[in-house]
Design a protein around this ligand. Sequence first.
Ligand SMILES: Cc1cc2nc3c(=O)[nH]c(=O)nc-3n(C[C@H](O)[C@H](O)[C@H](O)COP(=O)(O)OP(=O)(O)OC[C@H]3O[C@@H](n4cnc5c(N)ncnc54)[C@H](O)[C@@H]3O)c2cc1C
Length: 412
Amino acid sequence: MSVKKNIAIIGAGPASSTLAVRLCEAGYHVAIFATFESVPILVGESLVPMIIPMLQTLGVEQEVAAYSIYKPGACFTYNADEIFQFRFSNTPTDLPSYSYNVPRDKFNATLLNAAERAGAILIKRKVKLSANSVGKIILDDDSIKAATHCWNNQAPNLIIDAAGRANIIGRLLDIPMKKGTRQDVALFAHVDQTELVDPGYVHNDRIEQGWCWRIPLPNRVSLGFVIPESYASQYGDTAEQQYDALLRNDKVLQKIAPKTKRLTPVLRFNNYQSISDKLSGENWVMLGDSGGFVDPIFSSGMLIAMDSAFKLAETIINDTPLSEYESVIKQHLEAWFEIASYYYDGRLMTSIKVGETLPNNIFNRWLFNWIEARISRIFSGAAASQPFSFGLLRILVRHGLKNRNPDVYKIK
Ligand SMILES: Cc1cc2nc3c(=O)[nH]c(=O)nc-3n(C[C@H](O)[C@H](O)[C@H](O)COP(=O)(O)OP(=O)(O)OC[C@H]3O[C@@H](n4cnc5c(N)ncnc54)[C@H](O)[C@@H]3O)c2cc1C
């Protein structure tokens, strides 16, 4: 590459840092503009196995492993004792057989340090963006001055909105967001302990209304509820009141978190499912959560954010039109939207149950293993947007329920 390009990335989350590493390695001049507004807690994310090769490429896996909880799989609980366990070691051998549950502050710092080591310049300031009449995004002069040692006093050629759900370019240009069908809120906090099926699993439990996650972290558990907005408000006015009352009153939570004590304030997120109508323009592009957010039921958020960063880096380095990146990312987001919908409408669990009750003969065992290998690619993060595995999942949940009523496993 003979011409070095100046890149501005807004936000310093995992998507931003991943992109910065890749572009710096290719000789781009990258400035990351970040605000670090204090948030009382961060979720403490559970990662899917397909993030492992990304961490290895970025050279940070050992560092992440040192402060994280090893994650061998996931479990989904319905009707109190009906537990479906998914161990990554049972997935095809070309997929990583594990992942991690990461304390989020440390994970962000690891990736940002990697970006700075690769040559990205971190500038702690809130940028001001404006748009000209043809939708080109303009960075304010003071921010350009602050990055002068990076860009040699020139304006950036490309501005990347990686500011997460702040979605700053989308708001500036008034780009509509396509919303999902559910109007849920997430209430979450870190707690001292809960019951666990396996000390490393991400646990998803259907509760009386909605579902909850338990993500084991060092010396604590991230415990969050995803519930209909109207249901949350029945439990009080503040996030704390709602969280604590639900913890005490929900029958499933009484069983899995009987002695649980909350260690942190409660955070509340809404707008749980959304995809921006447009992800790129003449000199700008959205990356990670800024472009779309999928319900994290299958821990897909970080995968989408970091995978998008790798794809965007390739697009920029190969000088491919941004519209191609946009369509691949939208397809990935849409795929996870659809997969999440099969969790909510009960079809996913019903199809698993049908598989488990097939007569036990050689052919069915072979068939079940063959299907499981393909479907597990989706939940490891390897194939959500690949037509074959995804098509197979669609056939199973739409035509493979053998007249069973999926409502039995529906999430209210
Ligand atoms: C309740 C909940 C639970 C989740 N659970 C999981 C899970 O278990 N597993 C999983 O994989 N994913 C999970 N996710 C999703 C995951 O957190 C996100 O997908 C991921 O953080 C996206 O990374 P990002 O880099 O795009 O954005 P972010 O991580 O949001 O980073 C954006 C950064 O930009 C900064 N910023 C914001 N505005 C500005 C501005 N104006 N100027 C400069 N900087 C700015 C922010 O401070 C932030 O540091 C969950 C999300 C939620 C809400």
